[in-house]
Ligand binder design. Structure first.
Ligand code: SF4
Length: 334
């Protein structure tokens, strides 16, 4: 069977043998969970008992450190994301799951959609970073000037994650528009929000290209409505994420202090998954400030019955940041 992603099976076996691992914990993102049993069987052939984490995993922010420790795993094999969390608790192997598909057709489809702009910023996820040079050449052939940001926060030049757009932001002033290479709207929406620049998606899975403007406008309208509604709230829940890379206790304390200065009552709530069901268990709370994953606030808003503001949106609400400033640069951290 031809697989879309390179799961580096040979490296998996080699790492087990080299490290003499007896028990490994395999963590896969949702789209790759189905590969778990096959990878676990392979690991067992290589001499290690393998446990597959069946919990949701949406990013490298959610490394299964505590689970690996409690299970006594020798190593974590984390699939689908690049290195993010510096830690020395459990040795961790990142297998990035690079896509084995051509981006040429999708980039060619994107070129007519970029006709109004001459200077283009190129961005992608870790699955396609190895295709950026080819994409750059295609754009140059089409007469474009191309920039690829390397702000140093992501592992690769041009790479973005769901909440890190530092590479896009570092070149935002010098480009007219962005071309995002990858599947789905999630990361492209993030690029558009983080840079306030027109963003086109070149989707190599669907072999087509399309703009993201309408989706971004819808989200912005929705966020403004949430901030306005939260202004009327008296009781706030300040959410502290318990996933290893989402825990921002200081930011939560800062939010609590700022809200209380404005006369709001606050309760700190610690949780792993922010879901409508979890938040509905606190009916006296009128609105929430989310210091964990910002995409829960931005992308899933319609499923929450009460406003769930990001930290920066809370700053707008209390008058410490303007809406224009937030839209210009503030959606993903200060
Ligand atoms: S915090 Fe959210 S957007 Fe950022 S890496 Fe984690 S899951 Fe993705």
């Amino acid at each position: 069977m031809k697989r879309t992603f390179d799961l580096e099976e040979t490296r998996l076996r080699k790492e087990i043998t080299k490290r003499g691992a007896k028990l490994i914990l395999i963590q896969l993102p949702e789209g790759l969970k189905a590969e778990g049993p096959r990878l676990a069987a392979m690991a067992e052939e290589a001499g290690a008992l393998a446990i597959v984490s069946a919990d949701p995993c949406y990013g490298a922010c959610d490394l299964v450190l505590a689970d690996a420790e409690s299970l006594g795993a020798d190593i974590i094999i984390h699939y689908g994301h690049s290195f993010q969390i510096k830690q020395e608790r459990v040795p961790t192997i990142y297998i990035e799951a690079r896509a084995k598909i051509s981006v040429k057709g999708a980039v060619k489809e994107a070129i007519p959609l970029l006709k109004h702009w001459s200077s283009i910023g190129l961005v992608t996820t870790v699955q396609h970073v190895h295709t950026l040079n080819e994409a750059r050449e295609l754009l140059i052939e089409a007469g474009k000037t191309v920039s690829i940001g390397d702000a140093g926060q992501a592992k690769y030049a041009g790479q973005v994650t769901g909440c890190d757009y530092s590479n896009a932001r570092s070149i935002s002033k010098e480009v007219d528009a962005f071309l995002f290479i990858g599947g789905g709207r999630f990361h492209a929406v993030g690029v558009a929000l983080a840079t306030a620049k027109p963003t086109i998606i070149a989707d190599p899975y669907e072999k087509r290209a399309y703009p993201i403007r309408d989706e971004v406008q819808r989200i912005l309208k929705q966020r403004w409505a949430s901030i306005s509604e939260a202004k009327k709230a008296e009781k706030f829940g300040v959410l502290i994420g318990l996933k290893s890379g989402q825990k921002k206790v200081e930011e939560a304390m800062e939010a609590k202090e700022k809200l209380e200065k404005k006369g709001k009552k606050t309760t700190l709530l610690a949780l792993r998954e922010i879901t409508p069901e979890t938040l509905m268990q606190f009916p006296p709370i009128d609105a929430f400030v989310n210091t964990a994953c910002p995409r829960v606030s931005l992308d899933d808003a319609s499923s929450f019955p009460k406003p769930v503001l990001t930290f920066e949106e809370m700053l707008v609400m209390v008058g410490e940041m303007s809406w224009e400033e937030l839209c210009g640069k503030g959606w993903f951290g200060r």
